[in-house]
Design a protein around this ligand. Structure first.
Ligand SMILES: C[S@@+](CC[C@H](N)C(=O)[O-])C[C@H]1O[C@@H](n2cnc3c(N)ncnc32)[C@H](O)[C@@H]1O
Length: 252
């Protein structure tokens, strides 16, 4: 019934979050945290290249992995337009295997929370651990649903040209307290001169974690030197109104 990061979602992502568009200061924060990194960096859930390309432009050796062919095609296109040819891998974060180790693996804007099932998320973190060099760092954002309201709906309209545009409807369907996720359903519609020409329905679960819980998960996987920072301010202690938390952890 549902599509996942399909063509319309990708088109709208590229329109509203183009290459270099910083979401709440994520690009600046990660660039600062990566300073001094000489080895390879992997962006997990690379998407359209919004975040990867500014890192390439700063001279980092960045590669990306994603399971959406549409997102990867767009990322390749956006890289080529700028003369970059990074390694981009198609694969699921929960079971990927790349013949390379990284000095850092980064996952901004809460992409990890898109992995709904706790076992799959654990497997993804394990895979990331295994792809780090000893002393390599994982930097990952988590989102907390601090302003969640079940039943809330919203609609937005985005103009592509005089003839075409995309309408997006969001519905906050469920807060699952037991399995720790929120479920939003996203309906994308593409319109041309008042006629509907394409549509896509996306299930959009976001898994949330307690701060201590996530620290325990990282520790149990073998990570050390774990820090946790709110709102892209390094080491800023999270409090109850914060919805974006960044964890940093080192592979022993
Ligand atoms: C919100 S987008 C973020 C894209 C990019 N990191 C950015 O910051 O602009 C999340 C991306 O993660 C990818 N993704 C989600 N779950 C994944 C999984 N289990 N394995 C691989 N990619 C995944 C999606 O296909 C999508 O491209």
């Amino acid at each position: 019934m549902y599509s996942y990061y399909g063509p319309l979602c990708t088109e709208l992502y590229d329109l509203t979050k183009p290459v270099g568009y910083s979401i709440g200061g994520d690009i600046e924060y990660y660039l600062e945290r990566l300073k001094g990194t000489k080895g390879k960096v992997l962006e997990a859930g690379v998407g359209s290249g919004r975040f990867l390309i500014p890192l390439l432009e700063k001279g980092y050796k960045v590669e990306g992995i994603d399971y959406s062919p549409e997102m990867l095609d767009l990322c390749r296109k956006r890289c080529e337009e700028r003369g970059f040819m990074p390694n981009l891998y198609e694969g699921n974060l929960s079971n990927f295997s790349i013949d390379s180790k990284f000095e850092a693996i980064v996952m901004p804007t809460g992409s990890l929370c898109l992995i709904e099932n706790s076992k799959d998320a654990m497997d993804a973190l394990k895979c990331m651990y295994n792809h780090l060099i000893p002393g390599g760092r994982l930097i990952v954002d988590l989102l907390l649903p601090t302003d969640w309201r079940t039943g809330e709906t919203s609609s937005s309209y985005y103009e592509i040209s005089k003839e075409e545009g995309i309408a997006l409807e969001r519905k906050a369907v469920e807060m699952n307290w037991i399995d720790q996720y929120t479920l939003t359903v996203l309906k994308y519609e593409k319109w041309r001169n008042g006629k509907l020409i394409d549509s896509e329905l996306q299930r959009f679960p976001l898994r949330w974690y307690g701060i201590e819980e996530f620290q325990h998960i990282l520790t149990s996987l073998g990570f050390s030197d774990i820090t946790c920072s709110a709102e892209y301010i390094y080491n800023k202690k999270p409090s109850k109104e914060h919805s974006l938390i960044t964890f940093e952890a080192v592979r022993k």
